[in-house]
Design a binder for this molecule. Structure first.
Ligand code: FES
Length: 199
């Protein structure tokens, strides 16, 4: 998309997009919702299979673990109580706050979009054209998210924003929330990505 005669706000957003795009490689390690692990060898070997087991016992509140499932990045974010409280305040700003569209499993049809409210499990691929959104913490000065931002994800390609449940905000190019993959808990600290208990 080409920007012509940009307003001041558009210019600020353009600068931010360029900056975040350039820094995307290092931003992953520096975000306030840190990614603590990605693509461990054993997980990579299973990534092209139908399901991936993930140990979440070492995940601290506020941290995100990334694993590969069927060639896609899957984020597991352990949300803090503050992060969860922010989700309930966003309903009017979201395209599909109840996750009622067809790609969402039944256990994602709630404010937190998950089986266990503490953990978000979502595919880290923007539903617009497939870019990888970045984590943007509460209090960020990113002009695309606004002063009342409660934390979430920003796609540097065309500016879509998602909350900490992967729900897309209104008036953004992405049409739907981030995908919640089929998954289930094998125990309190072990997830299976790729299978669930749905019929
Ligand atoms: S690919 Fe994310 S906004 Fe376009």
């Amino acid at each position: 998309m080409q920007l012509t005669n940009p307003t001041e706000q558009d210019e600020e957003r353009r600068k931010w997009v360029l900056m975040t795009g350039t820094l995307a490689g290092v931003a992953l390690a520096a975000t306030a919702v840190p990614f603590v692990s990605s693509f461990a060898p054993s997980e990579r070997a299973r990534a092209m299979g139908s399901s991936v087991e993930v140990d979440i016992s070492g995940l601290a509140p506020g941290e995100t673990k990334m694993v590969e499932w069927r060639g896609k990045p899957v984020w597991i974010l352990r949300r803090t109580p503050e992060m969860l409280a922010g989700l309930a305040t966003l309903t009017d700003k979201l395209v599909d706050p109840g996750s009622e569209r067809e790609q969402q499993p039944a256990y994602a049809q709630n404010d937190h979009r998950s089986i266990n409210p503490e953990y978000l499990v979502a595919v880290g691929i923007c539903t617009h054209l497939g870019c990888s959104p970045n984590s943007v913490p509460k209090g960020s000065n990113n002009p695309s998210v606004g002063a009342d931002w409660t934390g979430g994800f920003f796609c540097p390609c065309h500016g879509s924003t998602f909350d900490l449940a992967g729900r897309v905000f209104k008036n953004k190019p992405a049409p739907t929330n981030l995908e919640v993959p089929p998954h289930k808990y094998l125990s309190a600290s072990k997830l299976l990505i790729g299978e669930d208990n749905a019929a």
